[in-house]
Design a protein around this ligand. Structure first.
Ligand SMILES: NC(=O)c1ccc[n+]([C@@H]2O[C@H](COP(=O)([O-])OP(=O)(O)OC[C@H]3O[C@@H](n4cnc5c(N)ncnc54)[C@H](OP(=O)(O)O)[C@@H]3O)[C@@H](O)[C@H]2O)c1
Length: 349
């Protein structure tokens, strides 16, 4: 039996790191070495992630205590990884960063969307962008992967077949994402305080959301593209539903649109086209995806206009974070892409 891949998680007390730890503990080819947290050093990881009781006796260590391993998962807040990247690279030959630090290829885009110059622009080309369905070969060949933003993942996967095939108007795409509270991480804020957050349908970023930069990068294929993106917080813990209004450049029957999606995703293990004629589950629904690595995509052509509505759903902590990162990990190591990601979700939930 080949030696297991020794991995550590930096920022393991957070929601993305916690879900990643859950997945890694169930992966037959992985040995989890260390999990860091500065606030909870010395505490059992299950004190923060109670679902992991009796699954591991690991305790949190500080970043100072990290030792070398085969691959480091970086689950730190935006802006943290880029400042310490040399140290992390010295600890492990392979890195998967879940933050936004290395997602944008063009340093000018980083400046524009994040409001300051990138600290290490020379490193940006070294990272493969982590959406496996689009960049499988680059991920396979790369030692450094930058996982995509969760909203960006839902939208890019939903729209990729249309833009790749030049079927959508490049000026008029309008996207509305409804997002659960775990998207904001586990640090409490005024906005996340239960009486403020519970029951809410709150427009939190009607314009200017940074994930739009990733959508433009991935769907523009090097050319100008407008994605008019808005995000709304809703009363859900996990899950993203992206409703994307695309205007087709020519008349297309639904049958033809089906073909485009089937050709793009027919062989993909984690993409399902969800479009039923009847019943409750006619279109993607994030509740059904909790804990899974699926991205469910559906669509409907407006019979009265050239508008196509594409609906895409994921679990933000899975296909939008930990699951996507593990899928990339599997590709990097030549493992079956689905290993450790077999959970099919719960129904009812
Ligand atoms: N939540 C999602 O749906 C999602 C989806 C895709 C990508 N991501 C990205 O994944 C990364 C982690 O997200 P998350 O939701 O897991 O965040 P989180 O719950 O807030 O966790 C952040 C982690 O980083 C550690 N940390 C180290 N330095 C920190 C600092 N200066 N300030 C705050 N925390 C610090 C925290 O623990 P200690 O303070 O104890 O060290 C904690 O373990 C972020 O970059 C996020 O953008 C998140």
């Amino acid at each position: 039996m080949p030696a297991k891949i020794r991995v550590s998680i930096v920022g393991g007390s957070g929601y993305a790191g916690g879900d990643l730890l859950r997945l890694l503990l169930g992966h037959p080819q992985v040995e989890v070495m260390q999990v860091t947290s500065e606030r909870f050093v010395g505490k059992f990881v299950h004190s923060l992630h109670p679902n992991l009781r009796k699954r591991t006796l690991l305790k949190f260590v500080s970043q100072e205590e990290l030792t070398s391993c085969d691959l480091l998962f970086l689950c730190l807040p935006h802006g943290s990884a880029m400042g310490k990247i040399d140290r992390f690279a010295g600890l492990a030959p392979r890195l998967i960063d879940l933050s936004a630090d290395f997602r944008l290829k063009n340093p000018a885009d980083y400046d524009r969307w994040y409001g300051k110059p990138h600290a290490r622009p020379e490193l940006l080309p070294k990272f493969a962008y982590g959406i496996c369905e689009l960049h499988r070969e680059a991920i396979r060949k790369s030692n450094w992967v930058s996982s995509a933003g969760c909203n960006a993942t839902a939208v890019i996967l939903g729209l990729y077949p249309l833009f790749k095939n030049g079927l959508a108007d490049k000026e008029r795409t309008v996207v509305e994402v409804k997002a659960g509270s775990s998207e904001g991480g586990n640090s409490a804020s005024d906005a996340s305080h239960h009486p403020e957050r519970a029951g809410c349908v709150r427009s939190y970023r009607p314009t200017g959301h940074r994930h739009a930069a990733e959508m433009i990068q991935e769907l523009g294929f090097g050319k100008e593209l407008a994605i008019h993106f808005s995000a709304t917080s809703i009363d859900m813990v996990r899950g993203i539903l992206a409703t994307c209004h695309v205007f087709l450049k020519r008349a297309m029957a639904e049958k033809e649109i089906w073909k485009v999606y089937r050709e793009a995703y027919g062989e993909e293990p984690f993409i399902r086209i969800v479009k039923e004629r009847e019943g409750n589950y006619r279109y993607p629904e994030p509740k059904l995806l909790a804990g899974t690595n699926f991205c469910d995509i559906g669509f409907e052509k407006d019979p009265h206009s050239d508008r196509l509505v594409v609906v895409s759903a994921i679990d933000n902590l899975m296909k939008g974070a930990a699951g996507q990162a593990l899928q990339a990990f599997n590709i990097m190591h030549g493992f079956d892409e689905s290993q450790g990601l077999e959970f099919t979700g719960l129904h009812p939930i």
